[in-house]
Design a protein around this ligand. Structure first.
Ligand SMILES: Nc1ncnc2c1ncn2[C@@H]1O[C@H](COP(=O)(O)OP(=O)(O)O)[C@@H](O)[C@H]1O
Ligand SMILES: [Mg+2]
Length: 233
């Protein structure tokens, strides 16, 4: 459904050019969890930002259901980000002066009369309905991340992109987050998780190994493990 073909990305800072991605090609499928795995600086966030329409490749193409994302106008790219993509960040990016409920509700489209039900449904799903009137700084890191996942899911995204979603969390809390992300894949929704932690790989349907801005290998896993079955060390 979502394809990168021969994508390269360079950043120019003054006279210095950084080649963040070199000729990267792979496909993301719905009903799958795809893990993008690689060390720090290998180009994972750059890849995710291009998949999410937050950045454009220097060369190569990005297609979503055979529509070119990389050549679209800013307006089309905005619509793609708004309607197709949900994003989960390492440091949650919640709005600190809005309650848990309000943080999720703003993404559940206030023009939608059902926004209250939608918001509560996803807060229930991540186990935080009871905390709906709390503010973010009254929650633990893991709880804030679960709110941010509820916020992303409240848009019913076709592509859920997660950049190091457990990068700031301990192992037990990370397991809960991975369980929720794994449950979020559906016939309409692809889940993409960026991480530097190789222990995450066995839960994925597909693992894309990135090294020095290139695809090192792509491994399809016909029988991914449950989060509980993984030895987290
Ligand atoms: N806006 C930018 N300007 C210059 N260099 C950048 C920019 N964003 C990323 N880079 C560089 O591109 C490379 C890949 O970065 P990134 O995609 O963030 O890697 P990762 O997420 O795997 O740690 C790094 O060398 C990084 O310094
Ligand atoms: Mg990164």
């Amino acid at each position: 459904m979502l394809s990168l073909k021969h994508v390269s990305k360079s950043y120019q800072n003054g006279s210095e050019v950084t080649h963040a991605l070199n000729d990267v090609s792979f496909d993301i499928e719905s009903n799958q969890v795809t893990v993008i795995l690689g060390p720090s600086g290998s180009g994972k966030s750059t890849t995710l930002n291009i998949l999410g329409g937050m950045d454009r490749p220097t060369s190569g193409t990005v297609t979503y259901n055979n529509n070119f994302i990389n050549t679209e106008s800013d307006k089309q790219l905005t619509d793609y980000r708004k309607e197709i993509v949900g994003f989960v960040f390492q440091f949650y990016n919640l709005i600190s002066n809005l309650t848990v409920f309000e943080n999720v509700a703003i993404s559940a489209q206030l023009e939608n009369k059902k926004y209250r039900n939608i918001t509560e449904k996803y807060l229930q799903k991540v186990g935080l309905l009871k905390r709906k009137n709390n503010f973010p700084d009254q929650l633990s890191g893991g709880e804030m991340q679960r709110v941010s996942i509820a916020r992303a899911l409240a848009k019913s995204p076709k592509v859920l992109l997660c950049d190091e979603p457990t990068g700031a969390l301990d192992t037990e809390t990370s397991k809960r987050v991975f369980e929720i992300l794994k449950k979020s894949k559906s016939k309409d929704t692809a889940v993409v998780i960026v991480t530097h932690n190789p222990l995450v790989a066995p839960i994925a349907d597909r693992v894309i190994h990135i090294k020095d801005g290139r695809v090192d290998k792509i491994i399809d896993n016909p029988s991914p493990l449950e989060v509980e079955e993984v030895d987290w060390g």
